[in-house]
Ligand binder design. Sequence first.
Ligand code: NAP
Length: 264
Amino acid sequence: MQVNLSGRTALVTGSTQGIGAAIAAGLAHAGARVGINGRDREKVAATVAQLFAEAPGSDFVAVPADLSTQEGADRAVAQLPQIDVLVNNLGIFGAKPALEITDADWRRSFEVNVLAGVRLTRALLPGMMERGWGRIQYIASDSAVVIPAEMIHYGMSKSALLAVSRGFAKEAAGSGVTVNSVIAGPTHTVGVEDFVYELVDRDLPWDVAQRVFMREHRPQSLLQRLIEPEEIANMVVYLSSDQASATTGGALRVDGGYVDSILP
Ligand SMILES: NC(=O)c1ccc[n+]([C@@H]2O[C@H](COP(=O)([O-])OP(=O)(O)OC[C@H]3O[C@@H](n4cnc5c(N)ncnc54)[C@H](OP(=O)(O)O)[C@@H]3O)[C@@H](O)[C@H]2O)c1
């Protein structure tokens, strides 16, 4: 299957590192012009330069904006003339005992992980529907389904994304625009690598360390290794393609079998 996104413009939120950067690279590889977003203007510019160095000829646009505010969402949308593919990847997480999560923590999780994507959807979905083509995706998590006791505010926000995506898919019914969420499982990002080495022997080489971590701390994973960001990106690139035209209102799993269920 050849995915061809040339002529399409994508915005990937929170794409200066990790899963977002891999998604941006994947979409650009398929021919899309891709907006790179993060809060820090210099980090965004550095990511654009790095992605371009890795794939000369690709088309990246710097879209610095803090998407936790309406103002930031407006600024992001104004920086790209037309957006055909919106990947709501931005998400924050942090462990906190359940009874110590404050109102401010709950609100922050909701603002950044849910409302940021809702605002962009509200801004971009009407234009996509008018043009008769568009792709919107929300990067959810295994935590949407297997609520982690140590960060239920994060789990809540990711469960909410499944509802939001299903609801907007209904709004877009029959228009040629598809809306889906991707349930990502434990993924090899810088933050997660640090977390692994907090729990297993620091002297172990990475490949062994991650397998020990999975065996001892994530035994329900069928993959028994962390997922590479590119493996999440592959699903997102597919969902962004013309070929994925019959997949909408869904929650697609790239979780290495972590969620012990046949359906999400
Ligand atoms: N890593 C995993 O194992 C895993 C598993 C399942 C699901 N996920 C989900 O996958 C997504 C990406 O995770 P990740 O681990 O790759 O993320 P990450 O490495 O923590 O990167 C977060 C990105 O978001 C940007 N960002 C943070 N706050 C922002 C804001 N207010 N406005 C705009 N950009 C902002 C950051 O750049 P700046 O700090 O420069 O703004 C950075 O580019 C998240 O939704 C996460 O919940 C991750």
